[in-house]
Design a protein around this ligand. Structure first.
Ligand code: ADP
Ligand code: MG
Length: 606
C-alpha cells in the first residue's frame, strides 16, 4: 500500500486533488479504453452535437424579442445590430413561428444527441470495466502467496466487486456529464466573449472564486471517500471471516463480540458517507450563491450596456440564459467532482492490486518440464517468511525417483515449507531445488505444478459438484470413466453412489456438507486424476477418526503407488513403512536414513 500512502501524502492544490488517482487509473486502463475508441468517438460526436444545440437554444428567443422590441417602436437604430436579418422573413409573425419551431426542433435534437451520448459512453465504460474486472480477478489468482497472506480476503473481494462497480457508475453519472458540462461552459464562454467581452469579463471574475471553493472542498471529499472505502473493505473482511467460520463463531459464542466489531466499523462507514454527502451538498449550495451573484452583476451591467446601445435586449436574454445554463453545469461540476473523488479512491484501490507484481513467474529462459521421473533434490535451501526468522536454514536432501520418503519433526520445524517450495508457491531465499536435475526456476511454473499432486490435512473443496471437484485435479479435460476410476482408487465411489445425486451432488462451500473422511477421499481422487510423478501428502491423515483412518491410509497407498512420495507426518507409525525417513528440526535435516535407524524405538516426536 506504499503507493497509496505516497499519493495520499502528496500535496497538490485545487481541483486536481482528485486527479492524481484518476490519472493513474486512466493511465493503467488506457489499453482497455483504446479498445472502445469507436464507441467513444461516437459518444464524443453526440456530445459535441448536444453542446452545439444547447448553445443555439436561446437564440430564437433573442430573435423574437428583438423583433418585438423593434416592431413596438423602441429605437435600436443608434447601433447596427450584430444579429443579421433573416432574408424573406420581414413579416414578424412568420419569424415568430419559425423561431418557435426552431426551439422545439433544437430541444428534440438535443434530447436525441444526449440519449446517444449516454448510451455510447455507458456502453464503452461498462465494457472497459468488465474487462478490467476480469483482469483484476485473474491477476489476483496469479499473485503470490506472500501477497495473499498479507491481505484480507473480504477487502480484496470489495475491490473486485464494489470498487469496480463504483467506477462503472461514476463513468456514467459523473465523468460523462462532467465532460459535457466543461465543454458547454467553454462554448458558452466563447460565445459571450464574442457578443460582449466586457460583460464576459465581469462573469469571468466568478470563476476563480468557484475554483478556489471547489478545490478545497473536493480535496476534503476525496480524503473522506478514501477513508470510507477503506472502512468498507474492513467491513467486508470482517464479514467474510466470521461468516466463513460460523462454526467457530457460534461454538465460542462470539456472536455479540463480532456484532460489536461489525457495528463499530459499520458506523464508521456511515459517518464517512454522511460527511462526504455533507461536503458535496455544501459545495453545491455555495455554487448556487455564486451563480446568483454573477446573475445580479450581469443584470446590472447588462442593462446598462443595453441602454448604452452596446447590446440588444435579445442578446441580454441570451446572456442571462447562458449564465443560468452555464452555471448549472458549474454547480453540477461540484456534484460530479464529489463522485469523481470517490471513484478516484476506488480506482486507486484497483490499480494498487493490479500493480502488485506476481513474485513467482516464468523466467525468460524457462521451458516446460518434460515428463519427470520424480527425483527431488534440495541444496542448501534457505527460506524466511519474516526477516531474521529462518523457517528453513540450509536444507540438503535427495529423494530418488519413485521412493517413499517420510518427513518428520516437531511442529514448526519447516516440513510444510518444503512442500510449499516444491510446488513453487514460494521461491527460496537462497539455495537450489532440483527436479530430475533441473533447477525449478529454469522450468515453467505450470509445467512443474502439473506434475505434483498434493493432499493436505484440511482439504478444501469448491462449492461445485463432486464430479467437478475431482476433475479440478486433472491438467486437461477428462472423461467420466477417469473420474470414476479416481474415485474408486480413493475409496470414495461407494459413498458417492449412495448420495441422492451421486457425482452431481453439489458440496457446500469448502466442502462443508461432507465429513472429514469423505472430503479427504475426494481430495485423494482429485490428486489421483492428476497422474503426477510426484505426490506430497502433508499431514493428510491427521485429524481423521480411527475407523476412517485405515480406509484413507489404504487409499493413499494406492495413490502413491510407484510415484515419488513425500509423506509429511508427525505420526511415527505412518513413517515406518517409508523407504527413507528425514528428521527435520529448526529448519534443518538433523537425521536421515532407514526408518528403524532414525526412529529407533520412538513412538512419538518427543
Ligand atoms: P511445519 O509444517 O513443520 O509445522 P512450517 O513449514 O509450516 O512447519 O513452518 C515453519 C515455520 O515457518 C514456523 O515457525 C511457522 O510459524 C513459519 N511459517 C510458516 N508459514 C508461514 C507463513 N505463511 N507466514 C509466516 N510464517 C510462516
Ligand atoms: Mg505443516
Amino acid at each position: 500500500m506504499s503507493r497509496t500512502a505516497a499519493t495520499a501524502g502528496r500535496r497538490t492544490g485545487g481541483l486536481t486533488r482528485a486527479l492524481p488517482g484518476l490519472r493513474r487509473t486512466l493511465h493503467r486502463f488506457r489499453h482497455q479504453i483504446a479498445a472502445e475508441r469507436r464507441l467513444i468517438a461516437l459518444g464524443l460526436l453526440a456530445l459535441f452535437a448536444e453542446v452545439g444545440l444547447r448553445l443555439l437554444e436561446p437564440w430564437p428567443l433573442a430573435y423574437v424579442l428583438d423583433a418585438i422590441v423593434a416592431a413596438t417602436g423602441a429605437d435600436l437604430t443608434t447601433r447596427t445590430s450584430p444579429i443579421p436579418a433573416i432574408p424573406g422573413l420581414a413579416d414578424i409573425t412568420a419569424l415568430i413561428i419559425v423561431c418557435a419551431v426552431a426551439v422545439v426542433g433544437a430541444v428534440a435534437l438535443r434530447a436525441a444527441a444526449a440519449y446517444a451520448m449516454t448510451i455510447c459512453f455507458a456502453l464503452a465504460g461498462n465494457r472497459v470495466l468488465t474487462r478490467v474486472r476480469t483482469e483484476l480477478y485473474s491477476h489476483l489468482n496469479r499473485l503470490s502467496m506472500r501477497f495473499h497472506e498479507s491481505r484480507r480476503t473480504g477487502d480484496l473481494v470489495t475491490r473486485v466487486t464494489g470498487d469496480i462497480g463504483r467506477l462503472q457508475e461514476a463513468t456514467v453519472t459523473a465523468a460523462i456529464p462532467l465532460a459535457g458540462n466543461v465543454i458547454t461552459l467553454l462554448g458558452m464562454f466563447v460565445v459571450i466573449v464574442i457578443m460582449d467581452w466586457q460583460l464576459a469579463l465581469a462573469v469571468a471574475v466568478v470563476f476563480p472564486l468557484f475554483l478556489l471553493l471547489g478545490g478545497r472542498l473536493s480535496r476534503k471529499i476525496n480524503h473522506v471517500s478514501r477513508g470510507q472505502r477503506k472502512a468498507e473493505g474492513e467491513l467486508a473482511s470482517l464479514a467474510t471471516e466470521s461468516l466463513g467460520a460460523m462454526a467457530v463463531v457460534q461454538s465460542y459464542s462470539l456472536e455479540s463480540r463480532m456484532e460489536q466489531r461489525f457495528g463499530g466499523n459499520n458506523e464508521r462507514t456511515l459517518t464517512d458517507g454522511v460527511q462526504a454527502k455533507k461536503l458535496s451538498a455544501g459545495l453545491e449550495r455555495k455554487t448556487d450563491v455564486l451563480v446568483g451573484l454573477a446573475t445580479g452583476v450581469v443584470l446590472l451591467l447588462g442593462a446598462h450596456r443595453v441602454l448604452a446601445g452596446a447590446l440588444t435586449p435579445g442578446e441580454l436574454t441570451v446572456f442571462l440564459t447562458y449564465l443560468k445554463t452555464a452555471f448549472r453545469p458549474l454547480r453540477d461540476i461540484a456534484k460530479y467532482t464529489g463522485r469523481l473523488a470517490k471513484a478516484a479512491a476506488s480506482g486507486e484501490r484497483i490499480v494498487d492490486v493490479l500493480d502488485a507484481q506476481p513474485e513467482i513467474t516464468d523466467a525468460s529462459w524457462a521451458r516446460p518440464a518434460p515428463r519427470l521421473r520424480g527425483m527431488i533434490e534440495l541444496r542448501e535451501v534457505e527460506l524466511s517468511y519474516r526477516r531474521g526468522q529462518r523457517a528453513l536454514a540450509g536444507v540438503n536432501l535427495i529423494i530418488p525417483a519413485g521412493r517413499r520418503v517420510a518427513l518428520v519433526g516437531p511442529s514448526g520445524s519447516g516440513k510444510s515449507s518444503i512442500a510449499t517450495l516444491l510446488c513453487r508457491l514460494r521461491d527460496p531465499d537462497s539455495g537450489q531445488i532440483l527436479l530430475d536435475g533441473w533447477d525449478l526456476r529454469d522450468l515453467t511454473v505450470d509445467s512443474v505444478r502439473s506434475q505434483i499432486a498434493v493432499v493436505l490435512q484440511d482439504s478444501v473443496l469448491f462449492a461445485d459438484t463432486i464430479r467437478a471437484n475431482i476433475a479440478f485435479g486433472a491438467t486437461e479435460p477428462v472423461g467420466d470413466e477417469w473420474i470414476r476410476w479416481a474415485a474408486r482408487l480413493a475409496g470414495a465411489d461407494e459413498f458417492i453412489d449412495r448420495l441422492p445425486q451421486g457425482y452431481d451432488t453439489v458440496v457446500g462451500e469448502r466442502g462443508a456438507t461432507l465429513s472429514g473422511g469423505q472430503r479427504q477421499r475426494i481430495a485423494i481422487a482429485r490428486a489421483a486424476i492428476r497422474n503426477a510423478p510426484i505426490v506430497i501428502l502433508d499431514e493428510a491423515m491427521t485429524g481423521l477418526d480411527p475407523g476412517t483412518e485405515a480406509d484413507v491410509a489404504a487409499a493413499l497407498r494406492r495413490l502413491t503407488e510407484g510415484r515419488t512420495t513425500l509423506v509429511i507426518t508427525h505420526d511415527l507409525a505412518a513413517a515406518r513403512d517409508a523407504d527413507l525417513v528425514l528428521w527435520l528440526e529448526g529448519g534443518r535435516v538433523v537425521r536421515g536414513g532407514a526408518p528403524a535407524a532414525v526412529l529407533g524405538e520412538r513412538t512419538a516426536i518427543r
